[in-house]
Write a new protein. Structure first.
Length: 119
């Protein structure tokens, strides 16, 4: 069964336009399915807020693309260690860069999860 990842058409004003539909607030995309993500800042990102990523595991997720907000910052050590222990990679950057990279990677057919903090 072919999966179709949503495209990120735009971002800003506190949300994202995914494949033409507006999503208010931060967004989590796992197995090509976007969902609201109740995170507003990097300090709230942890194993619990990313439970769907860990539940999907390596079958659906090669790595997590984390958009950390308006400016790049290092994710919490506990999160980095949890992802490593689960065999999941991590790429993190400011949200605008992550949104642009997401479109490139999904066009290449990469299996990734995206956790994007709204800006």
């Amino acid at each position: 069964m072919a999966r179709t990842a949503p495209s990120i058409d735009s971002y800003g004003a506190g949300g994202f336009r995914l494949s033409g539909a507006w999503h208010e607030g931060s967004v989590l995309i796992v197995a090509d399915a976007p969902r609201p993500w109740p995170v507003t800042r990097l300090a709230e990102v942890n194993r619990e807020t990313l439970a769907p990523v860990f539940e999907a595991g390596r079958a659906d997720v090669e790595f997590l693309l984390l958009g950390v907000g308006a400016a790049n910052a290092l994710p919490p050590r506990e999160l980095r260690e949890s992802l490593l222990a689960a065999g999941l990679g991590l790429e993190f950057m400011d949200t605008p860069s992550a949104a642009r990279l997401y479109n490139v990677l999904t066009a290449e057919g990469r299996r990734l999860a995206a956790a994007l903090i709204a800006v």
